[in-house]
Design a protein around this ligand. Structure first.
Ligand SMILES: NC(=O)c1ccc[n+]([C@@H]2O[C@H](COP(=O)([O-])OP(=O)(O)OC[C@H]3O[C@@H](n4cnc5c(N)ncnc54)[C@H](OP(=O)(O)O)[C@@H]3O)[C@@H](O)[C@H]2O)c1
Length: 309
């Protein structure tokens, strides 16, 4: 089967001779129909997760691709051959989704919402999982918060914006000038153009600041946080304060798929309360063009590769 592999000298490239995986207990084999490209893929190819791969004994040939849609090939305890599913893998261990076939724990996947194409379904799981990790877990299902989302037009932000509205939050977004109308139409209550927005000058106080631009630190945001407010950096580390146990920080780390969370979001998808946002689609064989597209500024939502139309 074919899949993308990371070579030390050439980076991400296609390999047509990978061995088709066999599911372990609790897993199913899936034929991947669509898979998105994420910032994670470039980070992973650049070695950002190598220490974790080593620590967890990661032993699969494919290390890029976090979300997918596809068709179940083997019988599990919940899923049957022919079921259309979507899901998010484990961030470090197990098969990644830039491959024709993957094996994955049944608990990581959910039936695909029937109103979606494979391409649309592959653009959703990571955004849903991350948004629910914030709204359900970090702020414990609180409603009516004053939320600031920086980088709201990107692959996670488009879902954090939509799902935030479902928790009755007031959503203020910061996006590039070209995407201000787009994000307003997606449901944002207030929109700032990133070109003219400086958090240090904001007079508003927020209960939650989500930074998907990965540019801000806790120090940058402290003056703008409400009493008991929290700052959530997308890539928590020592430099942005995300790794600290500071009470004004929410530690965000979505380690693995959760079929129950995805199934819950499916109801919202079927009622069009969450819509998938796709920046561009590419055939899997055009992965080099798809990866290059990741560098473009002003994207909206996800870039998706198609293996089976
Ligand atoms: N911790 C976790 O569990 C977790 C889970 C999921 C994702 N992540 C991380 O979250 C980050 C975002 O992921 P993504 O998929 O949403 O990436 P993405 O699609 O590249 O979106 C990032 C967004 O940030 C915007 N941005 C960049 N610089 C900006 C600035 N100075 N001001 C305002 N906006 C700015 C970009 O807009 P322009 O294109 O206009 O610059 C883009 O819309 C990634 O680093 C990813 O690895 C973490």
């Amino acid at each position: 089967m074919k899949g993308l592999v990371v070579k030390e000298k050439t980076g991400i490239q296609i390999d047509y001779d990978l061995e088709k995986p066999s599911p372990a207990t609790g897993e199913v084999l899936i034929r991947v129909c669509s898979a998105s490209i994420n910032p994670y893929d470039v980070e992973s190819a650049a070695g950002v997760y190598d220490a974790y791969f080593k620590e967890y004994g990661f032993d699969k040939p494919v290390q890029t691709g976090l979300e997918f849609s596809g068709v179940v090939e083997t019988k599990g305890s919940k899923f049957n051959p022919g079921d259309r599913v979507f899901g998010y893998v484990h961030l470090i261990t197990g098969w990644k989704t830039h491959a024709e076939y993957i094996t994955i724990p049944e608990s990581f996947i959910a039936p695909m919402p029937p109103n979606l194409s494979f391409q649309q379904a592959a653009a959703l799981p990571l955004g849903i999982m991350t948004s629910l990790a914030v709204y359900e877990d970090l702020v414990q299902n609180k409603l009516n918060l004053n939320v600031l989302i920086i980088g709201a037009a990107g692959g996670i932000g488009v879902y954090a914006t939509q799902i935030g509205k479902l928790f009755n939050h007031r959503i203020t977004t910061v996006v590039g000038q070209k995407n201000t109308d787009f994000i307003k139409n997606l449901g944002a209550d207030e929109v700032h153009a990133s070109e003219s927005f400086a958090i240090a000058e904001s007079t508003e106080k927020y209960d939650l600041i989500l930074d998907f631009s990965t540019r801000l630190t806790l120090k940058d945001c402290q003056k703008t946080l409400a009493k008991d407010g929290i700052f959530v950096p997308a890539l928590p580390d020592d430099t942005n304060g995300g790794n600290s146990e500071h009470k004004q920080v929410g530690y965000l780390m979505v380690m693995q798929g959760d079929g129950l969370k995805l199934a819950k979001a499916s109801h919202w998808i079927e009622s069009n309360d969450i819509v998938p946002v796709i920046e561009a689609t590419y055939s899997f064989n055009d992965y080099i063009k798809a990866l290059a597209h990741l560098d473009n500024k002003g994207k909206t939502g996800r870039i998706v590769m198609t293996l089976v139309p």
